[in-house]
Write a protein that binds this ligand. Structure first.
Ligand SMILES: [Fe+2]
Length: 589
């Protein structure tokens, strides 16, 4: 039977339930129902559910029942649609663990970015990942990663236009994933590929997700001309407003990378329409997951900051659904929609006491009643750290190429200096000047997918006094990064990362001080979130004991090669100035 015919059959049944001719499978009675369309909390409402969908919403009265109808008495509590996370990433943990930890927070739909799988394992990686998203106890959609690298060398696994087509035909694919605004303006093939991706997405009616950090005025509009319709990067009220006025869905980010709500909360005092504001995490790391929660924690923050509950709930339900053109299915408690329903104590207290997904209760009082489906990946995706044994002979960079790797006597050099935990700048220093060379460590960028390129630069402001820390979880690049005070420790780190298939390792000399393996694509751990979180905490604690003062030092190193954050970044063939993508050596010309 054709898909639409099957759907029609279901809708006929729903219609009969609403008319009282067929009993519902279950019903929730006596709820205070949040109507996302009118922003009302309507008292004494019932929801009748059949085959995972809502058949009827209205005043309490008895439908026809056949003794099998399950009845849940909401006892006056608030009924909300399940939350929709519109922009997120798996963050170091595996998918099963992610699912286990988002369900109690009331998230029933997630739109996933697919960057890291595409980055390391290309088309096959994305295919396996999205296959794993199917058949889970909550609903997943995805955006297909455009892969925006600093230079085209980081985009070696990007999909071709031909490879992109089948993804775009998949109804679970809602569009092209976040496109860093700088990349759309790049000259030549690198920029043209991204521009074509955006247009191919638009051509089949899909969304193109944006990333406009710091853009404004004509540049922002020139970027928007390519059909981009969302952004999760605004950090001020003015930036939010400028994007809303251009027709963007602004996803206010409140997650582990940054928390924007306090900085943009003024927007809610304005007399404007909030229907294109949404709330997103952009990813939550294991420690924050366990300590605060996920999108539920972001909602609680919004409520605490005085965002009216009705606006906050729209931001995590109908507004997201409308952006992704899913409002015919999810985002509201209304007839014909999927029965994703939460019960919370009262409008201002977002603590889900029941989570239902497609008519099935999946969590009660914080206890999950379903198992996530085991996701499998091929062996090759656990063997992605490919580094030649004699890597140090391949390193570009003057003094640091010598096995002793002494920083001294290198004279005037270019360094990447940390301005904040994420933002960097290009600084020239004299290594012989003790004041200027204070807190300067080596920073190795190493192609870790098998071609052997490497560049040794310098990092200022990380603070490490002993040993070396290395990661394979580097954003938007195929590089491994190793920050080190001496070559022996750096060699130990590289060796160990190769042995464990990736993750994070801190070593002093020959000794591994702390580590957390992330063997899936060198990005994801297979351990329970609680163990992974403890491992990361331990490693970061060791870094802090050895001079690092940054709050999340592993995140800082992960981001050293991303074009998403200004100003100077690094890759295996040199530093890269984000503004003009100039590849720069250590030496000052
Ligand atoms: Fe993102």
């Amino acid at each position: 039977m054709k898909t639409f015919m099957k759907d029609l059959e279901k809708r006929k049944i729903l219609s009969e339930v609403a008319l009282g001719n067929i009993p519902p499978d279950s019903m929730i009675t006596n709820g205070t129902l949040f109507n996302v369309f009118t922003r009302e909390f309507v008292k004494r409402q019932s929801l009748w559910i059949k085959d995972g969908r809502i058949a009827y919403v209205g005043p309490d009265h008895d439908p026809q029942r056949d003794g099998k109808t399950q009845v849940i008495d909401a006892e006056g509590r608030v009924l909300l649609p399940g939350l929709i996370e519109g922009h997120t990433h798996l963050n170091r943990s595996g998918m099963e663990e992610f699912i286990r930890h988002v369900i109690p927070g009331g998230i029933t739909t997630v739109i996933m970015e697919t960057i890291d799988f595409g980055l390391i394992a290309g088309r096959e990686g994305i295919e396996y990942f999205v296959k794993g998203l199917e058949g889970q106890p909550i609903r997943f959609y995805y955006t297909v990663a455009p892969l925006c690298g600093l230079t085209s060398a980081e985009e070696i696994n990007a999909l071709t236009n031909k490879e992109l087509q089948p993804f775009l035909r998949n109804p679970k694919c809602l569009g092209i994933g976040e496109i860093y605004w700088g990349n759309i303006f790049l000259k030549g093939k690198q920029g043209e590929r991204i521009r074509e991706f955006a247009s191919m997405g638009l051509d089949v009616g899909k969304r193109v997700e944006g990333h406009t950090a710091g853009a404004s005025g004509r540049k922002l509009q020139a970027y928007t001309d390519f059909g981009i319709s969302s952004c999760h990067e605004p950090i001020t009220e003015e930036e939010v407003l400028e994007r809303l006025r251009l027709g963007y869905w602004v996803m206010i980010r409140e997650g582990s990378i940054r928390k924007e709500l306090p900085g943009v909360a003024g927007i809610f005092k304005r007399k404007i329409d909030f229907r294109r504001l949404t709330l997103s995490t952009d990813g939550v790391d294991p420690e924050d997951f366990l300590r605060e929660g996920y999108l539920d924690a972001s909602l609680r923050t919004a409520l605490k900051l005085g965002v009216p509950p009705e606006v906050a709930y729209q931001m995590a339900t109908i507004n997201v659904a409308e952006h992704f053109r899913l409002d015919h299915l999810i985002g509201s408690l209304s007839p014909g929609k999927l029965a994703d329903i939460l019960i919370i104590p009262s409008p201002k207290v977002f603590l889900p006491q029941m989570v239902m997904c497609e008519g099935k209760v999946i969590c009660r009082e914080g206890n999950i009643t379903v198992e996530s489906k085991k996701v499998t990946f091929p062996k090759s995706m656990f063997d992605t750290v490919k580094v030649p044994d004699d890597i140090f002979s391949l390193i570009k960079g003057r003094a640091m190429a010598e096995p002793t790797g002494d920083l001294a006597k290198a004279g005037k050099v270019r360094v990447m200096e940390l301005v904040t935990n994420l933002v960097t700048k290009e600084t020239m220093i004299d290594l012989e000047n003790p004041k200027e060379s204070k807190e300067v460590t080596m920073l190795l960028a190493l192609d870790r997918v098998g071609r052997g390129g490497a560049f040794m630069g310098l990092l200022k402001g990380f603070g490490l006094q002993r040993g070396a820390y290395g990661t394979t979880m580097s954003w938007d690049t195929i590089c491994m990064f190793v920050v080190g005070c001496d070559m022996d420790s750096m060699k130990t780190v590289i060796r160990r990362l190769k042995e464990i298939g990736g993750g994070g390792v801190y070593a002093i000399g020959d000794e591994i001080v702390s580590e957390f393996p992330a063997p899936l694509c060198g990005f994801y751990s297979l351990k329970p979130m609680e163990i992974l979180s403890a491992e990361i905490k331990n490693l970061e604690g060791c870094l802090k004991k050895n001079g690092v003062r940054l709050e999340k030092p592993t995140l800082t190193v992960d981001t050293l090669g991303t074009p998403a954050i200004p100003h100077l970044r690094i890759t295996h063939h040199g530093y890269v100035r984000l503004k003009d993508r100039a590849v720069l050596p250590l030496e000052i010309e």
